[in-house]
Design a binder for this molecule. Structure first.
Ligand code: ZN
Length: 329
């Protein structure tokens, strides 16, 4: 690939789908964002196609051609068939589709599709907090909990594309049922949905709980940001939920550090901003589970996420795949 090649990175999100023209150094030159359901529920494909066409036209209007397209989707992608697996939260219409092949045919460019957090991990590894590291793990608590692993310069996809799904690995073996069908998953304790649901369950029957008052008396209005804010203000119910989130993240850091011993762990995603002031607490919890020397050798950083990071990740996916193919020739 030429040094001045440009990539188009697309991030298909729950509410917003974003596409950006990205340089090989990770600089976003052009970007556009649209509502994922702009063309109606179940119609994300025409939205993705329209967005790619619009951003490509803008790049070509500036006299710049694109080398390849990378797309991150919120689900597992089979690394052999290239088909999007099931489930695909928020955009179930993509399940089973050979999205890369369809877009390649449509645009006449190489197109690579992967799980959005695998793409994010490649972006952090190439351009972000893990730049220059040989191995990195990304933990991305948002509404749900995504994760991605890069080990010795390779993204870990596993046999069926589920590699790196640490958000649905158990941190409590006798824990409650998770919406993924498992139990005791990290997502139950440390994702936005898990935190909000835990807090709602704990205020039930506590009509004088300040957290409930902060939600206008309606427990359904309790959100994860509200729980973090109430915990900072000393609310005991919110504090117990946040403490459990820190313990769950600490336990997962113990699993990651002892199991993979990566150089860098990046905690990002929609919940990351609320976790920044809790960094010392999370690391102290990790110390209860991880080998001390292994943890000391791991750089753990919390990076609040934005759409630009996701677009960069999708572009990094395209660069990674092109370079990998070139190496294996
Ligand atoms: Zn789960």
């Amino acid at each position: 690939m030429e040094e001045d090649a440009l990539l188009l990175g697309v991030d298909v999100g729950a509410t917003t789908t974003a596409a950006g023209v990205v340089t090989r150094d990770g600089e976003v030159l052009i970007e556009q964002r649209v509502s994922t359901h702009r063309d109606g529920k179940g119609r994300v494909l025409p939205t993705i196609v329209g967005l790619i066409a619009a951003v490509r036209a803008e790049a070509e209007g500036r006299g710049r051609a694109l080398a390849a397209i990378g797309v991150g989707v919120p689900g597992a992608v089979d690394p052999v068939s290239g088909r999007v697996g099931e489930p695909v939260p928020h955009v179930p219409e993509l399940a089973g589709r050979a999205l890369a092949a369809e877009l390649t045919e449509r645009f006449g460019l190489p197109v690579f599709v992967d799980n959005d957090v695998n793409a994010l991990a490649l972006g952090e590894w190439m351009f972000g907090a893990g730049r220059g590291a040989g191995s990195l793990v990304v933990l991305a608590p948002g509404t749900s909990f995504g994760a991605g692993i890069v080990l010795d310069g390779r993204v870990v996809r596993g046999a069926a594309g589920f590699g790196g799904e640490l958000g649905h690995a158990p941190v409590k073996f006798d824990g409650g049922p998770c919406w993924c069908g498992g139990r005791g998953c990290l997502a139950l304790y440390a994702s936005g949905r898990g935190i909000a649901e835990a807090a709602r369950a704990r205020v039930a029957g506590l009509s004088d709980a300040p957290l409930l008052a902060a939600a206008g008396g309606d427990s359904r209005a309790i959100t994860a940001p509200l729980v973090f804010r109430a915990a900072r203000e000393g609310d005991p119910v919110a504090s117990s939920v946040v403490d459990e989130a820190c313990r769950a993240l600490g336990a997962m850091l113990g699993t990651v550090v002892n199991g993979l011993n990566p150089e860098v762990v990046v905690i990002t995603g929609g919940v990351a901003e609320s976790l920044v002031p809790l960094a010392a607490q999370i690391l102290a919890r990790a110390g209860e589970y991880a080998f001390g020397r292994a943890l000391a050798a791991t750089r753990v950083t919390i990076v609040p996420s934005d759409k630009r990071t996701s677009m960069r990740g999708a572009a990094a996916l395209a660069i990674y795949e092109i370079e990998r193919t070139a190496r294996s020739r």
